[in-house]
Design a protein around this ligand. Structure first.
Ligand SMILES: *Cc1c(COP(=O)(O)O)cnc(C)c1O
Length: 462
């Protein structure tokens, strides 16, 4: 299995190289050259197996022969051993034909643990086999960074630097990044918003001299291995409701489009997904684009669902690549136009996108109201991101097709918003109840590329 860039200019790479590299050298994102297919009986055979076994079967065709079966299965087991629920991704019922997929039982209480814990194991295995080290730099609106730090802390083949927007992440998110004491962990509070963190990260990747010197590796949701790990729970959730013998729809609280794109990959592999519904908060560039075809940057409005406070959704490029019949040149052109403010999706590409994706946007007030209502009428305390999903799902529901909404974080990760909405302050699970007592360690940094690069060169272990 080889991976090609969405901008058509970078060399094709095998799985492990695409994983270690992250962003392609032409600025594009890696996607598999072809999507492996699962037959109906293979999908049916996932009913009732453990999450780890399902993960092995779904991901195996994508990883090539770099990992032998036993090693790959062992890495998967290790990745999910620290989860607080034996089902890993349990499904609960909210209403007739509406289900919630709880993706928040990992070590940092958000769905990003599913991908990040696995990537930590894959990186460590591949790098120690080669006798190499890398410098991981990530940008986060909160959850990616805490999940990355948790996944890489103490691993000897990596240094991990995480850029987060100073003052714009929740206390729990910040503490999850600043309290690990391992020497290979560096939490950097940048004076700027998430899009600026992401822009500096891209600048570092496009500065090849720096990139090669520190052996830069990326684990943002642009990393194909992360998307791949997220494909698994679409299969486990849909098969537990009767797929492949019936169609299932999903609603996905969306920021960078990584999670919902994983659903799209599952569908391309053969899982009978009816609709993939993109749910956004007031930062609604994706909803506007899917409604009108215009992909135009606004400025980020801070919200109570901060992990979705994004104006440029990096992974959307992967969906556009398919919608433009995998024409890398067309994508490179659109991304140039985006630098100047935005672009219009062609009519044909927009129709292709709409064949899979619906979308909806939820205001701040409606998010709070949904947290309150879901608690009163469904017995579920939702985090604000999950509430955005539930609200959009309720608006898009076809009564004949089961809807699964992804619950992307635990309510205790965003206790202020949850308390404001419901009057209840959700407690942290026991295993992390002392988070507020642990000492914090972070470095404040200017929104300045040269200064960031110097800091990383100095701090990483040689
Ligand atoms: C990252 C995140 C999202 C958005 O996921 P994308 O893959 O960026 O679309 C939604 N909710 C929570 C809690 C997150 O951490």
């Amino acid at each position: 299995m080889r991976y090609i860039s969405t901008r058509g200019q970078a060399p094709a790479l095998p799985f492990e190289e695409a994983m270690l590299t992250g962003l392609a050298r032409d600025g594009g994102l890696y996607v598999p050259e072809t999507i492996p297919q699962m037959r109906a009986e293979e999908i049916r055979a996932l009913q009732g197996v453990s999450y780890e076994e399902a993960a092995f079967r779904v991901m195996r065709p994508f990883v090539g022969d770099r990992f032998d079966d036993e090693v790959f299965a062992g890495l998967i087991d290790k990745a999910y051993a620290g989860f607080g629920h034996t089902a890993r991704a349990p499904l609960v019922q909210l209403a007739p034909n509406h289900f919630l997929l709880e993706l928040f039982h990992g070590p940092t209480l958000a769905f990003k643990d599913f991908a990040m814990q696995l990537i930590g194991q894959l990186f460590q295995h591949e790098l120690s086999r080669r006798g190499e080290r890398v410098t991981i730099v990530g940008a986060t609106s909160g959850d990616t960074g805490s999940a990355a730090i948790e996944a890489f802390r103490g691993l000897d083949a990596v240094d991990v630097f995480i850029l987060f927007p100073h003052g714009r992440v929740s206390d729990v998110q910040r503490r999850q990044m600043t309290t690990p004491s391992e020497a290979n962990v560096h939490a950097l509070a940048l004076a700027g918003d998430f899009d600026e963190c992401q822009a500096r990260l891209k600048d570092m990747f496009n500065h090849f001299e720096f990139r090669d010197q520190v052996r830069l590796a990326g684990v943002n949701s642009i990393n194909w291995a992360r998307v791949l790990a997220q494909v698994v729970y679409y299969f486990t959730a849909a098969t537990s409701l009767g797929a492949p013998d019936r169609k299932i729809s999903f609603t996905v609280p969306t920021g960078n489009f990584g999670d919902v794109f994983a659903g799209y990959v599952a569908k391309r592999m053969g899982l009978p997904i009816d609709r993939l519904v993109v749910a956004t908060n007031q930062n609604d560039i994706l909803h506007r684009c899917l409604s009108s075809g215009a992909y135009r940057k606004g400025s980020v409005l801070p919200s109570i669902s901060p992990s979705m406070d994004i104006q440029v959704s990096s992974n959307f490029e992967r969906a556009l690549f398919d919608a433009y019949d995998r024409d890398g040149r067309a994508i490179a052109q659109l991304m140039d136009e985006l630098k100047a403010g935005g672009f219009s999706v062609s009519q044909g590409a927009l129709e292709a996108l709409r064949a899979d994706f619906d979308s909806g946007r939820v205001s701040e007030d409606d998010t709070l109201a949904t947290i309150r209502q879901a608690h009163d009428t469904m017995g579920e305390l939702l985090c604000p991101h999950s509430a955005v999903g539930v609200r959009v799902a309720e608006d898009h529901r076809d009564p004949a097709v089961p809807m699964i909404t992804l619950a992307t974080a635990h309510p205790a990760k965003f206790p202020d918003a949850v308390e404001r909405a419901s009057g209840l302050r959700p407690p942290l699970p026991n295993r992390m109840a002392d988070l507020y007592e642990r000492p914090e360690r972070m470095t404040q940094v200017a929104n300045d590329l040269a200064a960031l690069e110097t800091l990383i060169e100095e701090r990483r272990s040689q």
